[in-house]
Design a protein around this ligand. Structure first.
Ligand SMILES: NC(=O)c1ccc[n+]([C@@H]2O[C@H](COP(=O)([O-])OP(=O)(O)OC[C@H]3O[C@@H](n4cnc5c(N)ncnc54)[C@H](O)[C@@H]3O)[C@@H](O)[C@H]2O)c1
Length: 321
């Protein structure tokens, strides 16, 4: 298959591309390189991939309709994976236009481009943030009355709604994946990344946002990629939504701090708390996913939430962080 990966230079997108290339697919990667091209440099410098045309890269703004149209005219795409979005939710909270452009308008431009180029199959990276604050119930794919509490969550839920309308109006098919927190090698943001960075600067004290009891599931990125690849193989026409997560309970922020300090070989680190039940406005302090639908496909995550955190710290140390 010839696969377009929007946001393919990012943390998750680059792992997905590595996996698809191993499976023999051809990749068209599009990204405006907010975090640079570190994650795809190995592909851009691979002579065989370049000469065979199995990996093509476009550095482009995906919210721009002309750009998207050009890519879809130049390449006959079988399926598009849309992973481009703002991943810095706090930054988006300070400046809503970031989520509007990178999270929502990219979806609009891609859908419209697909409609015009007759590309029928879309896989979309959505998020637990679309559920908003529903702390006391197990969230299933059919849970309704959703009220996102961040611009990011709002832009993702609006994207899901647009996708549904294109599926219905243009006979497209779509698979929507709702990820929890994703961690692992090549991570560029999030609590594990922040803690390592802060402790490298000051190994005696760690400031923790909120009261440390925020508790969420963390999935290891390679487990997530396996789920996406499996759901790609099981793909059927129409629209499907999957919560993807770990089997175990979530990990608290204080527990993450403990694992990070242990793995960095630090003792006597003083944890200080900024207080309150959440890290920042727009943060959802806890949620619990029902993942029976994805488990029924036979996919099984290898790591628990705690193990994923521990492995991610080891990966970061191996990468020289
Ligand atoms: N990482 C997580 O914990 C997590 C959780 C839930 C959902 N997701 C979703 O998964 C997807 C991938 O996340 P990630 O962690 O790899 O993020 P990332 O920031 O590492 O990757 C996103 C990529 O999209 C690109 N991009 C953003 N806006 C663009 C635009 N307007 N034009 C072109 N390129 C653009 C960025 O340059 C970046 O390379 C995102 O859609 C994200 O919302 C991630």
């Amino acid at each position: 298959m010839k696969i377009l990966v929007a946001g393919g230079a990012g943390f998750i997108g680059s792992h997905l591309i590595d996996s698809f290339l191993k499976e023999g697919h051809e990749i068209v990667c599009v990204d405006k390189l907010i975090f640079g091209d570190n994650n795809i440099r190995h592909l851009r410098s691979d002579k065989y991939l370049q000469e065979s045309g199995r990996f093509k890269f476009y550095e482009m703004e995906l919210a721009n309709q002309d750009h998207v149209n050009r890519i879809l005219t130049e390449n006959k795409i079988d399926a598009a994976y849309h992973l481009a979005a703002n991943s810095d939710i706090q930054k988006g909270g300070r400046e809503p236009s970031i989520d509007f452009n990178d999270t929502l308008l990219t979806t609009r431009a891609l859908l419209e481009g697909m409609r015009m180029a007759n590309v029928r199959n879309l896989f979309f990276a959505s998020t637990s943030a679309i559920y908003g604050e529903m702390q006391d119930i197990k969230l299933t794919e059919t849970t309704g009355g959703l009220k996102p509490v961040s611009y990011y969550g709002g832009a993702k839920l609006a994207s899901e709604a647009l996708i549904s309308s294109y599926v219905s109006m243009c006979d497209m098919s779509a698979v929507i994946f709702r990820f929890p927190n994703v961690i692992g090698p090549r991570l560029t943001h999030g609590v594990v990344f922040d803690f390592i960075r802060k402790l490298r600067m000051n190994p005696h004290e760690l400031e923790i946002l909120g009261d440390g009891t925020q508790c969420k599931p963390y999935i290891y990125v390679l487990d997530l990629i396996e789920a996406i690849v499996r759901l790609t193989k099981e793909f059927k026409p129409g629209e499907e939504v999957y919560n993807i997560s770990v089997r175990s309970a979530g990990t608290t922020v204080t527990r993450i701090a403990e694992i990070v300090t242990e793995e960095l070989g630090l003792s006597d680190v003083v944890f200080t708390y900024t207080g309150g039940d959440r890290g920042w406005k727009g943060d959802v302090p806890r949620f619990d996913y029902d993942i029976s639908k994805v488990l029924s496909t036979g996919w099984e995550p290898k790591y628990t939430s705690d193990e994923a955190v521990r492995q991610t710290v080891r990966d970061a140390i191996d990468a020289g962080m």
